[in-house]
Design a protein around this ligand. Sequence first.
Ligand code: GLC
Length: 799
Amino acid sequence: MTDVKARPGSNAYGYFDVAAREYVITRPDTPTPWLNYIGEGRYGGIVSNTGGGFSFDRDPRNRRVSRYRYNAIPVDQPGRYVYLRDQETGEFWSPTARPTRVELDSYECRHGTAYTRISGSFEGIAAEILYFVPLSPVDEPAPCELWVLKVRNDGSTPRKLRSFSYVEFSLADANNDLNNLDWAQHIVFSSCEDGVIRVGTKFNPLNYFFASSETPTGYTCDREDFVGRGRDLTDPIVVETGTPSNAPSPRGNSVGSLTHDLDLAPGEERQIVFIMGATERAAEIGRVVARYSQPAEVASAFQALRDDWDAYLSRFTVETPDADTNAMINFWNQVQCRTTLYWSRFVSGYETGLGRGMGTRDSGQDTLGTMHTVPEHARRMLTTIWTMQFADGHTWHQFFPLTLEGGPGLAGEYPKWPQWFSDDHLWLIISVCAYLRETGSLDYLDQKVAYVDHAEESVWEHMLRAVDFTLSHLGPHGLPRSGFSDWNDTLDVDHGSGKAESVWTAMQFCKAMLDLAELSEKIDRPADAARFAGLHETMAAAINEHAWDGAWYMRSFDDDGLPIGIAGAAHHAIDLIPQSWSVLGKVAPPARAEQAMASADEKLNTRYGIALMWPPYDGADPRVAGMATYVPGAKENGGIFCHANAWSIVAAAMLGHGDQAYKYYRQILPLARTDSDLYKVEPYTYPQNICGPAHPSFGMARNAWLTGTASWTFVAATQWILGIRPTYDGLRVAPAMPSGWQGFKAHREYRGTAYEISVRREGPGNTVAMIVDGVAVPGDVVPPPPPGTAAVIVEVVVA
Ligand code: GLC
């Protein structure tokens, strides 16, 4: 293969190290904190390239372990810090470059799979901290994280150093930690015994602990003792004087600061492992601390974590002519898909983990990017979301992972408007069908799940109720009522008149009906198959009759029944998603599909991605409420909403336009954005949005990590550009690849067999000729091999 760059994403602040599979950040002053996640969806947290971040156990709202001050200055504080102090000169510094601002002689941060390693050297002392959370059983009574500090004397004279760790503890209830200061600060206290700092309250057995592998020579439990009056984390009094308080914190703010002395001969290296965690069972703390005080246990825990991620990443790999694409598909995109499956839109650098919980719509879609590798997790998530469904068929909009408490989300703030969303429940149908195509586990349809307000029924019956909800909430044109909103949270057109309809939800419903019709055929329910096909036809006819504007599809009807997204409108004349979904839902006749997509391309495409709509609103507009609250070009108001870009990639590929699909894919490919001073966010994960052409910061991205862009770009790239997609009857390979590609190779595991796929272009079209294990087969679906087959070799010629 040609033109493979060694360092994808190379920019002024870093690059992707392909061999190490780590994004390497070479400067601490990134335009925004560039984050990573540690943990596997239970105990864990976020960690920035300068050690900022915080931890929580299963739920950042209800079981927050440590603190992080969002949107404060200095930015990105506090975090998981270690200060080093030269005991002879009194000089001190942070090997993670913050919170002190002492300029290091060298600095590097490596973000890998659920671990981050930051190293910094200063005046002959090289230090690094590796942060990770050991894998542990689901019912681990004392989950913990480790900070593995290594300090080495690279100089030629002996050095006397003292280290001070620092982390600030939160009350488990993170809202009360911020809101009810008088109460919160009178209930939390901490003390240190036998080198272990414990933080807790009198009324709850939950304890946070902070310990180390080496016996500390001192400790400080109280933040005010540590920092000192009128100071901050750049010059805390304990570090400046080198003298810990050795006192408990009877109230106020508890910190985890252990002091260690490090006398290092030239060339000598020492390791200290800090162990921080949460437990209700105090007796467990000793066991955990003893375990991770042994270097061999730490090394094997780290290896086990890496093995787990390597296995996760091993089930789909590609080799295309584009190094950025390879790096995203093989690594970062899959890492991000797993992270969104864990955390939905709950906790990131932008989501504070206080309010929104997991989104049913969001998590439903997040399963799509992980089905191929952790289908059992995707299934668990779908089952949890089905428990959020009401007997009338709609679902709660969000839920909290620890308590499973559901809620209406944003709609709760507008109690007079509909309290349901028109799309939430339909995503579940689409995702369940994707799960069944991937796994063939049709038994899932019989699994019994309770409703919020009704006794348990099978998943199949849940799906039927979801369909019924939409059918019993149609508007005057026979299209679904919009509800509080459809996928676009801010398009709040339905104020209860019954006239507000979503053209896009109608298309999403069409996609769900196609999926159900196909499934019904598969499970031998011909009457159901006919019914769903009929529903698709009726809905598609209603859309084509009422919502075609001449050169594109309209977006919605407002509460007065007037159309939105029509030519000539001063604001919101065209919206992207009804164009792409007219293809995804097989709504548009061929000529209209082409025209709709061409209109979107002409009116909305930019070099940084496709804007969601045009022209943006410029000031309040009660018809759409939320959308018009943004300045022109931001977020849903004419910004480049990356999630919706992914659907255009799918649509272009479905129409057979490989070059167009790839163009849309590259435009928003994070590693392809090397202009970090404009782009600003992490170049290795998809952001939710990029400022659109109407915005003064056109091209700047916001809200990295937690976005449906992750799963949908993975689906778009792997299933539609590369064309490798599961069907009920085998793996299909039907690429819509760019004309410049001579081919690609892929390894794809599917139902227990490894598919070694190589695709070769021999002509300009998309027609596929397939050879399986040396034998030509008709069509583009690999016939399922006998059970137990380890591997099949699939050669595809595209012409
Ligand atoms: C955010 C929300 C998601 C919504 C999207 C578009 O990403 O989490 O639920 O669909 O915005 O408004």
